[in-house]
Write a protein that binds this ligand. Structure first.
Ligand SMILES: *Cc1c(COP(=O)(O)O)cnc(C)c1O
Length: 368
């Protein structure tokens, strides 16, 4: 968590009997500014195809006449479709879905964290994790990544030995750095940890060739959870659908803490329809990976330091006053993210035309 990720508001009224740890807190979120080039929340710049959009519309229409009834509490058809997409011999009993992988992760901490329990992760990483910990009264501890943003396995094992965490959160590829984990390190963590180990693979589809997924380790490690999302590669951030693959006993624990009917019939129909168009929705992933690599090369040629990325964004720097750079880019209609270690900025990968605008604006800003 960096200072700019931590938003303190103008204050909570003294009369409001809010929990002490929430007093003065601001809700999480990147600025949603109405500028022409939005490269700040790692969305897919390519919307769903017409065929996918038509299927989504028809599927939502079909459930609309039944909206007087509660939806399928178990979202069985959707979980079957997600399991089929993941492969690796998974079925609905090993897959769980919720409103974004953010909700999945909060359910994980509700079930496996809580008062008297500890969760750990390795910074810099996703700035929402400490908020799930706060919301569930889970003690939050962070280890540090190396200067190149990889996780040093000795540091990780040492932290596990001293903290005995109930939950370890690994992120691969990591946000905001783009760093993928070495699978041997994931294995070492799984062997050392007595608690739950979550590998957040929100950006898995963007990883470079030869980078394995933690799904391969599920059979061997029943306390491993692998989370995914339809928000990034599937171009469905607005649909709110995240999911997790794990042992059926883990899935049952999440079913205990979920709110009744947490996944609406509209959401289930939307996600099921989107999954019928997986090939079309993922069609742009290769192009985005290519644009990512070209973006990183071009930033390096311009003299910036760029973190190795297996995701659909690039962390680059460093700037003496990154906020000034961020603002100057906004003034030129380009919105990037002010996140990560001080001095760095993160740019999500857009269309080639959007990236051209970004490079031009950045050049103007930094040569001025
Ligand atoms: C974007 C992102 C998610 C996905 O969030 P959703 O709630 O599924 O939209 C999860 N983890 C990380 C690290 C992310 O960057």
């Amino acid at each position: 968590m960096t200072p700019s990720d931590r938003r303190r508001g103008p204050g909570t009224p003294a009369w409001l009997p809010i929990r002490d740890e929430l007093r003065g807190e601001e809700p999480y979120g990147a600025p949603q500014l109405d500028v022409p080039v939005q490269l700040n929340t790692n969305e897919n710049p390519y919307g769903p195809s017409d065929a996918a959009a038509d299927d989504i519309a028809a599927s939502v229409r079909a459930v609309a006449t039944g909206l007087n009834r509660y939806p399928d509490r178990e979202a069985t058809a959707l979980r079957e479709a997600l399991a089929a997409y993941l492969g690796h011999g998974l079925d609905a009993s090993r897959v769980w879905a919720a409103n974004g992988s953010n909700e999945v992760m909060q359910q994980v901490l509700q079930a496996f964290g809580g008062p008297g329990r500890t969760a750990i992760s390795f910074a810099p990483t996703y700035s929402m994790y400490p908020e799930y910990a706060r919301n569930t009264h889970t003690r939050w501890v962070t280890g540090q990544r190396r200067d190149d943003f990889t996780v040093d396995v000795e540091t990780a094992l040492q932290l596990i030995a001293t903290e005995q965490p109930d939950v370890v959160i690994l992120t691969s590829p990591n946000n905001p750095t783009g760093t993928a984990l070495d699978p041997e390190h994931t294995r070492a963590v799984l062997e050392a940890a007595s608690g739950i180990v979550v590998v957040d693979e929100a950006y898995a589809e963007f990883r470079r060739a030869g980078t394995p997924t933690a799904l391969e380790l599920l059979e061997e490690f029943p306390r491993l959870l692998v989370t995914r999302t339809m928000s990034k590669a599937f171009a469905l951030a607005g649909g709110r659908l995240g999911y997790v693959a794990a042992h059926p006993a883990v899935i049952n624990a999440l079913r205990v803490v979920r709110l009744p009917y947490h996944l609406s019939a509209v959401t289930q129909a939307t996600a099921e329809a989107a999954l019928r168009h997986t090939d079309e929705l993922l069609a742009q992933v290769d192009a985005l990976r290519d644009t990512r690599d070209r973006t990183a090369d071009r930033l390096r040629m311009s003299g910036f330091t760029v973190a190795e990325s297996d995701a659909n964004f690039v962390l680059f720097g460093t700037f003496a006053d990154r906020h000034a750079t961020w603002q100057a880019l906004v003034d030129r209609g380009v919105l990037v993210r002010e996140t990560g270690p001080l001095g760095w900025l993160r740019v999500s990968i857009g269309t080639p035309a959007e990236m051209e605008t970004f490079h031009t604006a950045l050049q103007e800003v930094t040569s001025a």
